[in-house]
Design a protein around this ligand. Structure first.
Ligand code: ZN
Length: 89
């Protein structure tokens, strides 16, 4: 019998869970479904200010979360369409 490689971590500060299965980490946001560690970092964990908070956060390891990806910040923002002026004469 092999031990399951799935593990569920919880970040008390950020109020999210990270599901680690087969080497793939999925952040389970309370809103909006699953995402990546980099997404969690950009949206939440980077705003932790003091060392006590950082010590409690499970997403402070840069090698685990990787680079910030496009779309990590806010995917609900529509593409800008400012070219469409109000018209008129
Ligand atoms: Zn965190």
């Amino acid at each position: 019998m092999t031990a399951p490689t799935s593990q569920r971590l919880r970040c008390e500060l950020c109020q999210v869970e990270i599901d680690c299965s087969n080497g793939i980490d999925q952040v389970l946001f309370s809103l909006g479904g699953a995402g990546t560690r980099s997404k969690l970092w950009v949206r939440v964990c980077r705003y932790l200010s003091n060392d006590e908070q950082k010590a409690s956060c499970i997403n402070q390891d840069a090698t685990k979360r990787g680079e910030e990806q496009p779309g990590d910040r806010y995917d609900e923002a529509p593409p800008l369409d400012l070219g469409r002026a109000n018209g008129g004469s």
